[in-house]
Design a protein around this ligand. Structure first.
Ligand SMILES: [Zn+2]
Length: 176
């Protein structure tokens, strides 16, 4: 997971690694923070085990038990992205091997990962002048704050706590 930093200026990211992972002490859920390969901003991921009610459910699909999807408006309230809150919103969900590089030592391999990221308007150190010239529709970096590893670690912990609470409360959900 090496990131080419040759286009980055110096900043808070200079002293940070390109990936950091741990097991959340409270929920025991594996957490991963990985730097975007060219934007340079962080993305955060929390993995849930196969027993978790949201395991295998895409971030923008209905998780409601027994739902027949007859009422799409209700379904949207049951999307993982609506049930969970993390910086910038839950952007995707996937198994190991898709989209993210999960270290072999992290988790059991069967986890389903929910991810979020420090995207616009956050500062992304890989958005150089040349990058901006090619993509003028993006605002310049610096409009927002750089979200540090420390910030993202905290967000992962907050997401893990939500996922744990949701699993504990799931049995109370009325099946239609
Ligand atoms: Zn539904």
């Amino acid at each position: 997971m090496r990131v080419d930093r040759s286009a980055f200026a110096d900043g808070p990211w200079s002293d940070e690694p390109d990936a950091y992972w741990w097991t959340d002490a409270n929920s025991k859920m594996p957490c991963l923070v990985a730097r975007h390969p060219f934007l340079g901003s962080w993305r955060g991921f929390v993995g849930v085990s196969t027993e978790h009610p949201l395991h295998g459910i895409a971030h923008d699909r209905c998780a409601r038990p027994g739902c027949n999807h007859a009422n799409q408006t209700i379904c949207e309230e049951w999307f993982p992205l609506a049930l969970l809150d993390a910086h910038g919103g839950i952007g995707f969900a996937c198994a190991r091997g898709f989209y993210i590089d999960v270290p072999e030592s992290l988790g059991t391999g069967g986890e389903w990962w929910f991810g979020f990221g420090a995207h616009e308007p956050d500062l992304q150190p890989g958005k150089t002048f040349e990058f901006r010239q090619a993509r003028m529709r993006y605002p310049f970096p610096g409009a927002g704050d750089y979200r540090t590893l420390s910030f993202m670690r905290h967000e992962c912990g907050r997401l893990a706590a939500q996922l744990e609470k949701l699993a504990l409360e799931w049995r109370k959900v009325a099946v239609p």
